[in-house]
Design a protein around this ligand. Structure first.
Ligand code: SF4
Length: 362
């Protein structure tokens, strides 16, 4: 038997196919042990993809422990190391050590890892580490180089054909932070709104998309994953104050403010919309919000507990301002006082992003 440490489906699907061809007489068992992956939703997403890939290849899969705290302790002090540096040595060692122990426990004399398939990892570094940890368990580390002779190209063709989830960072919070810094992009993977609303291109949205995709596959529905460039949005904080007190308020999606804080007054009202004297801020009442989206929220806490869909907020915005490109702050305010000054504090990011969609063919 060969125990295969698995990191992700893009690396494992092709690797396992080749391994089966090379070792037809051996039983192959997968072991998903990757406590380095952060956040946890991303871990679930990668695991889901690996589970589906192993099912297709008829390979048994064991899930290891997600002992993230232990992993963090081990890499402590190496947070700012670059990829392929000392933190990665520790990370490989940990994952391979636990995998080697698992192999011994299962009575397997051999261990390998799908990390060997990743073009972003050093093959030699992994081989050396694998051989060292396996020596301690008196088992053999197998390091087949399937990247050679066009293997990497074939791997990507396979991943596309199989519609595998293609993550765009190695896995840990540190690599994610560095990558997003170099891309001058916020690490939106780390956002988790208190309302639990599913945000565009969030891990939760991807999980739901991949679950749907597998359902379609099982039902034989012909489908494709297409990519779309769009303007994404994340709210860091947003609230309204009056006379030093925080009011019950809710900023609609795509509300932005240049300086993160401004004073304003209500100066006009046209039908149900209150216009102000600053930064194109618009105020609407909770009743009007309920009316245009067909809900019955009693207060703002109610919205937070059971938020509308992100897309519903966009529809509400388009009913208030007839402009698809509007970035004006639109704030739902529970109690509207026409007199006096308000303070809006709002910090939001808009940025270019790419998301995946499912398209079905009849
Ligand atoms: S960059 Fe990748 S290999 Fe290196 S420590 Fe982070 S998750 Fe592990």
């Amino acid at each position: 038997m060969i125990l295969v440490h698995i990191c992700c489906a893009v690396d494992s699907h092709y690797f396992l196919q080749r391994l089966k061809e090379n070792y037809p007489a051996k039983k192959i068992v997968g072991f998903f042990y990757d406590p380095n992956i952060h956040p946890y939703g991303e871990y679930r997403l990668r695991l889901l993809d690996v589970q589906k890939s192993c099912q297709k290849l008829e390979i048994e899969l064991i899930e290891g422990e997600y002992d993230y705290k232990k992993w963090l302790d081990l890499v402590s002090g190496y947070e700012s190391e670059p990829e392929k540096g000392a933190r990665c040595d520790i990370c490989f060692d940990r994952r391979l050590e636990v995998s080697a122990k698992k192999a011994s426990e299962l009575g397997s004399g051999f261990l390998t890892t799908t990390l060997l398939m990743s073009p972003k990892k050093s093959f030699e570094q992994l081989k050396k580490r694998g051989e060292e940890v396996c020596k301690k368990e008196a088992i053999e580390f197998i390091a087949p180089d399937f990247r050679q002779k066009g293997g990497t190209q074939e791997q990507f063709v396979t991943a596309k054909e199989q519609k595998l989830y293609h993550q765009d960072y190695c896995g840990c919070i540190y690599a994610l932070g560095m990558q997003r810094d170099s891309q001058k992009k916020i690490a939106d993977e780390l956002f988790s709104p208190i309302s639990a609303q599913i945000l565009p291109n969030s891990i939760e949205e991807k999980l739901s998309l991949y679950n749907k995709r597998y359902e379609m596959e099982e039902k034989g529905i012909n489908h494709k994953i297409v990519r779309e460039k769009f303007l994404n949005y994340r709210l860091l904080y947003g609230y309204v104050q009056k006379d030093g007190s925080v009011l019950e308020s809710y900023p609609l999606a795509y509300s932005t403010l240049k300086r993160k804080s401004t004073k304003f007054r209500i100066v006009d009202k046209v039908k149900d919309i209150y216009f102000t004297n600053r930064e194109e801020i618009i105020i609407i009442s909770l009743d009007y919000f309920n009316k245009i989206i067909g809900t019955n929220y009693k207060d703002i806490k109610n919205i937070i507990k059971s938020p509308p869909l992100f897309e519903t907020e966009l529809k509400a915005r388009s009913k208030i301002i007839y402009n698809f490109f509007s970035l004006s702050p639109i704030i739902v305010l529970k109690n509207i006082d026409l007199n006096g000054a308000y303070q809006l504090r709002l910090n939001a990011h808009i940025y270019e992003d790419v998301r995946e969609h499912l398209v079905t063919f009849s």
